[in-house]
Design a protein around this ligand. Structure first.
Ligand code: PLP
Length: 408
């Protein structure tokens, strides 16, 4: 028969999902409340308040979309894209392609520029393209988990604002692990993830957006309700693509004091997100980002001391994901399998052109701690020796310990 669930306790060092904060797991056992119970709506309001602080924004709108991170991306893009709208998507890894795919499905006329994986864009190159393409929306990834690179956004955001273009950012991998300054960088809508640096299970996507996005959404709602007379062609197109679940107009009514029923809130996930955000704010954003930098440094020094190479341009390294070039002649999947089977440690491979070429080690949220960094370095060294790779035995953990000794 089926036994009671009793899963292994794994060391999760992937770029998501990562280990969940024990306090978050406990919060998920909290009894269910009705979704219009004032006790519950107060929890909704508190979650919105804390999200504003984590996104570093004064936006009124900051709430989770129920669904994984791509649900957040889809809610934002589907609510502002009308068929035929031009959307510029600069791509430097797999998740840029996800933005393209979602925008295309909602009928956008997508323009892209691509740069080599392992690099990011010079902001001036993106701005030049914005001036040439003149899109309604620019959508970009902040932290590309597929390559381990992070795109500077401030200059691009400022250019978009100046040209009255909407700037949408996938900050799924970065929120809670490194700064995401929504207002300062002139981001109009940002999407975060729970199962990465917030250390909450997968299943919700916190988003925030400003009045510029709200205006587009509300204008569209008027057209849809026939309050404004659209051209015949528009009418047909509006009818063609309209998500109910991801409709930000309805979700605003649901997350505001109007409390119009939309979906049934994912109660236990909201408890989890609230507790995850409480932990982030208790630690403090700056201290939390510094913690991620410290463990990244120890991990990188350890990997290098072992004789392995970090993949990607170091100037744009994403602090919460470390990509490692798989040494020649080594079967990357066999190494990952042994790490999991013998050490119960999970690290990631990558996608597309990087498949079989790099490993990716996440150091995110609760997974980002000394025990895990030392554990993964020691185990990786042992497994590589087992695979007859040439490594500098005994150096990796020592190099990481040096970092901790000097900087703690
Ligand atoms: C993980 C990730 C996503 C997708 O998240 P899901 O929760 O799997 O939908 C999107 N963008 C980036 C940058 C990510 O790292």
């Amino acid at each position: 028969m089926y036994k009671e669930l009793n899963t292994s306790v794994c060391t999760l060092m992937t770029p998501g999902p990562v280990e969940v904060e024990p306090r978050v797991l406990r919060a998920m056992c909290t009894p269910i409340l009705g979704q219009f119970d004032p006790e519950f709506t107060e929890i909704m309001n508190q979650t919105m308040e804390m999200l504003r602080r984590v996104f570093q924004t004064k936006n009124q709108w900051a709430f989770p979309i129920d669904g994984t991170s791509r649900a957040g991306i889809e809610a934002v893009l589907s609510s502002i894209i009308e068929p035929g709208d031009r959307v510029l998507i600069p791509v430097y890894g797999r998740f840029g392609h996800l933005l393209m795919e979602i925008a295309e499905r909602y009928g956008a006329d997508v323009a892209t520029i691509e740069t080599d994986w392992g690099q990011v864009f010079d902001p001036q190159v993106v701005i030049q393209e914005i001036r040439r393409v003149k899109p309604k929306i620019v959508a970009m990834v902040h932290g590309e988990t597929s390559t381990g690179c992070m795109q500077p956004l401030k200059e691009i955001g400022e250019a978009c604002r100046e040209l009255d273009i909407l700037f949408v950012v996938d900050a799924v991998a970065t929120i809670g692990g490194t700064a995401v300054e929504v207002d300062e960088w002139k981001i109009d809508a940002a999407i975060g993830g729970t199962q990465k640096c917030l250390s909450v299970p997968s299943g919700m996507a916190p988003i925030t957006f400003n009045s510029r996005i709200e205006a587009v959404v509300l204008e569209r709602k008027k057209v849809e309700r026939g309050l404004v007379d659209p051209s015949e062609q528009n009418k047909k197109q509006v009818r063609m693509i309209r998500s109910n679940y991801f409709d930000l107009a309805q979700l605003m009514d649901y997350w505001s004091p109007v409390r119009l029923n939309h979906h049934t809130e994912a109660t236990s996930m909201l408890y989890a997100l609230r507790e995850g955000l409480r932990i982030v704010l208790e630690e403090g954003l700056e201290a939390r980002f510094a913690r991620h930098k410290l463990h990244e440094k120890a991990l990188v020094r350890g990997i290098q001391a072992m004789g392995l190479k970090i993949y990607g341009d170091p100037h744009c390294k994403l602090p919460v994901v470390t990509s490692i070039t798989i040494p020649d002649g080594i079967d990357g999947e066999s190494v990952r399998r042994m790490l999991l089977q013998d050490f119960q440690i999970e690290i990631a491979s990558s996608f597309g052109p990087l498949k079989g070429k790099i490993w990716r080690i996440g150091s995110m949220g609760y997974s980002c701690r000394k025990k895990n960094v030392l554990h993964v370095l020691g185990a990786l060294e042992a497994v590589l020796i087992r695979h007859k790779a040439k490594v500098c035995a005994g150096e990796a953990v020592q190099a990481a310990l040096d970092v901790y000794q000097n900087e703690e």
